[in-house]
Structures are given as C-alpha cells and as structure tokens.
Design a protein around this ligand. Structure first.
Ligand code: PEP
Ligand code: MN
Length: 337
C-alpha cells in the first residue's frame, strides 16, 4: 500500500503519518517527487486501519499496490523517478547517451574511445573491467586495473563512467572508480549482489536477465530500492527467444511496459541485442521511439581487433553518425539528445 499525501502537506504531517505506520511495526519509504509526496508501506498492512490513516492531516488517499514490487511501482512515483548520476539525469526530456567499448583493453584504447564518444556527444563512458564471458577461456577483462583506466579516461575527457560488477567482493573498488555500477544480464537475479549494491546508494544500471520476465526484472530492482537505494536505471538488452538471426531479441515492448508499471527510468542496449554492427542503429531508433530514456552502445576505436564482442561494436565515426540519427527520432517523440 502507498499513502499519497496532499499537495502542500507539511513535513510535520508527513512525519506523523510515518510514525503512525512504524508504530504498528511496519516499514516506510518516503518518496518526494516533483509533483507528489508518497509514503510506501512495507510489511503486513492488515495491521493498519486505512480509514484512520485517511483521516490524518495531510493525507489524500491510500492506494493498494497489487504488484510484488512496491517501491519500483508506477503508483509510488506517478510522474516517474529521475535518477541523477553526477550532473546527468535519467528520466527527463534529454536522453542519456552512454558509449564505449565492451571491455577496457588498454590505456590507449580507452583514451581513444573516450575522446571519440565525447566528441559525438555522449555523457557517460562505458567499459567492462570484469567481463562475464560465456567461455572461461575468453578474455576476462583487466579487472581492477580496468576500473582505474576507465576512470582516468572519463576524467581526461569530462565524462562520467559506468562499469559492471560481477561479484560483491569487487563492489568496494568499483565504487571508488565508477559513477554508476552495472548489474549485467547474468546477475540480474543475484540477490545478494543486488542487496549489497542497495546498501551503497551508488547509481545502478540494472539489465534485464536473458530469460526473465518484466515482473522478475522489476522485483530485482525492488531488492536494490528496498535497501534504501532509489538510484536505479533499468536497461533492456534483449532476451533469448527461438530467433537466431540476432544475438538476442530486443524486447522493444518492455520499454512501454516498464513505463506503465514502474516509476524507474529505462534505457536500451541495442548492441547486446543485435550482436551485429549493422543492426545496432535501427534497434536503437526503435528503442527511442518506444520511449527509452537513453541508450548504451558499444563503440571501439578498432572493432575488428576488439578482445570481446567485435562483431557488434561501432567505430568512432559510425557512432558520430549514429547520434545524428538518434537526434532526429528523439525530436520526433519530444526528446532531445
Ligand atoms: C555488457 O554490457 O558488458 C554486458 C556483458 O552486457 P549483458 O550483461 O547485457 O550481456
Ligand atoms: Mn559486450
């Protein structure tokens, strides 16, 4: 259940309502949005009297939430949450553009990538340090050194940076170097990792699992939110289907489904869906047209010789052209790049 406060309610009124709920042994989560103040009630709500709550000063109404996820639900923040990473905001009119190589491979490579994506207008640099590879014999990433080089390159070109954490043992070092932490598709239901990230408060980019439903994805987000970290951005990266023409099937419909059911911003990763350079742009444009709040794209200074995901990474010149195409579609749906 959520308690929607009246417009213009006072802090004292909010505090009173929170105290009344907590007195009954239930948890609360306060969300002060641009247009609404909402108190989420966590726990067994049969212990509460809705009539009594609705009679309290400042309370507008109580709304039951039928989803298993509560804090991530649309009802909790009807106008949609905005997630800030440094001076970049997800969920506003401006799309957030994240770009960079699949993996950080060397200082020269990540520096060149950072320079190129910055020139094309990206705000956040991506680059894997710990790579979750299907084969144990494939390049596994530069590990902690990868985080350090990513930070160095981001700082050199005035970018923010995001990188994946595959194990909660690496969370502390990742938090020292990254502005945002990615939870990859393979770890979407690593609940201990989700809880640990929830405790840090660091902004999170949470990808959908390879074979997960939207509901399971939002439940995963709820793990992070319920630990006190509201800074979650979802990322649709394609799902496994019977289709083999693409690496994964980009679930474009997940974007409006998430928007209807959740308050969290959602971006699209066309690269891991496509698996193939020529398909990255059309899938990205579809994502933006469907309402995505941004894009994360793999870009490499020399894709042919990339140590991972060579077939799907754009060249720096391709990415520059790509952002122009994205701008045109963004403008058509009332967004900017
Ligand atoms: C990645 O973005 O580097 C990655 C491994 O993606 P995913 O988890 O979507 O496969
Ligand atoms: Mn990749």
């Amino acid at each position: 259940m959520i308690i929607v406060m009246k417009n213009g309610c006072t802090k004292e009124q909010v505090d009173h309502v929170i105290a009344a709920v907590e007195e009954k042994g239930l948890g609360t989560n306060l969300s002060v949005g641009h247009e609404s103040t909402v108190i989420g009630v966590l726990g067994d709500k049969t212990r509460l009297s809705v009539e009594n709550l609705e009679r309290m000063d400042g309370v507008d109404r109580c709304v039951p939430i039928t989803h298993s996820y509560k804090l991530a639900s649309r009802e909790m923040v009807p106008e949609g949450r905005r997630v800030k990473v440094g001076d970049v905001e997800f969920g506003g009119e401006k799309l957030v553009m994240i770009a960079g190589p699949c993996a950080v491979e060397s200082e020269a490579q990540i520096m060149q990538a950072a320079e190129g994506v910055k020139k094309a207008g990206a705000q956040i640099l991506r680059g894997g340090a710990y790579k979750p590879r299907t084969s144990p014999y494939a390049f596994q990433g530069l590990e902690d050194e990868g985080y350090r080089l990513l930070r160095k390159a981001a700082d050199a070109y005035g970018l923010l940076c995001v990188s994946e954490v595959v194990d909660h043992a690496d969370l502390e070092v990742a938090g020292q170097y990254c502005d945002m932490i990615q939870v990859g598709a393979r770890n979407m239901q690593n609940f201990r990792l989700l809880r640990a990230i929830g405790k840090t408060g660091i902004p999170v980019l949470l990808k959908n699992g390879i074979a997960s439903t939207v509901e399971e994805w939002l439940d995963a987000a709820e793990y992070i939110l319920s630990e006190g970290n509201p800074n979650v951005v979802l990322c649709e990266r394609g799902i496994r289907t019977f289709e083999t023409a693409t690496r994964n099937t980009l679930d474009v419909s997940a974007v409006p489904v998430v928007k209807e059911n959740s308050s969290l911003p959602v971006i699209v990763d066309p690269s891991h869906a496509a698996g193939k350079r020529s398909l990255v742009q059309p899938l990205a444009l579809a994502g933006v047209a469907a309402g995505a709040d941004g894009l994360i794209v793999e870009v490499h200074p020399d894709p042919q010789n990339a140590k991972s995901d060579a077939a799907q990474q754009l060249t720096l010149a391709e990415y520059e052209q790509f952002t122009k195409a994205v701008s045109a579609v963004a403008a058509a749906v009332g967004r900017t790049v």
